[in-house]
Design a protein around this ligand. Structure first.
Ligand SMILES: Cc1cn([C@H]2C[C@H](O)[C@@H](COP(=O)(O)OP(=O)(O)O[C@H]3O[C@H](C)C(=O)[C@H](O)[C@H]3O)O2)c(=O)[nH]c1=O
Length: 183
């Protein structure tokens, strides 16, 4: 399992080892000891999985307020996404900066999105299933969203105007400048 720092401090890209044979493959998709060897001691307490039937589905940008903030370890079980992390730590030198990477069932890559970051993705294939571990359980009263297409953040989702398939919550999300509670 290879764990490497992304350009945004605190964000990591993980590539598990895949053992192929005539039956198919075996892969450890998470290993606490390997994470601890890389200096990442995270106590994951909840596993999530979502299915997005159409390509161009955007889920995000989401985060939970402290003390319910979540580290997330994201991977794609089927299909392909552009996965995005946005630094929401007001005291961070990279506040408002984003990092995006394509995760797919084929490339096996994973993204570690730490507390203090918003997370979102856009699907690049139909029937894309995303699985991710969270270091805090769901806290609906602390669940927050920011507009995925906020020009002040400027994420390149690879979508034309109006192409994104959004939940009503995400369609109504505020701009970063209008959000009071961050980290
Ligand atoms: C997140 C969550 C949701 N739910 C319920 C609440 C709603 O009734 C339903 C759908 O929730 P939502 O529309 O917020 O799901 P997504 O739009 O996929 O949200 C996720 O998308 C982005 C990519 C994230 O990083 C977050 O983990 C999460 O916010 O599941 C739960 O019961 N537990 C949970 O942990």
């Amino acid at each position: 399992m290879d764990i490497s720092q992304a350009p945004l401090a605190g964000v990591f890209v993980i590539k598990p080892q895949r053992f192929e044979d005539e039956r198919g493959y075996f892969s450890e998709v998470w290993n606490r000891h390997r994470f601890e060897e890389a200096g990442l001691s995270i106590d994951f307490v909840q596993d999530n999985q979502s299915l997005s039937r159409r390509s161009g589905t955007v889920r995000g940008l989401h985060y939970q307020l402290r003390p319910h903030a979540q580290d997330k370890l994201v991977r794609v079980v089927h299909g392909r996404i552009l996965d995005v992390a946005v630094d929401l730590r007001r005291d961070s030198p990279t506040f408002g900066r984003w990092f995006a990477i394509e995760l797919s069932a084929d490339n096996q890559l994973q993204l570690l999105v730490p507390k203090g970051f918003a997370h979102g993705f856009v699907t690049r294939e139909p029937d894309t299933q995303v699985a991710y571990k969270c270091s805090h359980t769901y806290a609906p009263a602390s669940d927050r969203a920011i507009r995925y297409d906020d020009p002040a953040i400027g994420i390149d989702w690879g979508l034309g105007a109006g192409e994104a398939i959004l939940s009503p919550k995400d369609a109504a999300a505020p701009l970063l400048a209008d959000v009071g509670e961050l980290f």
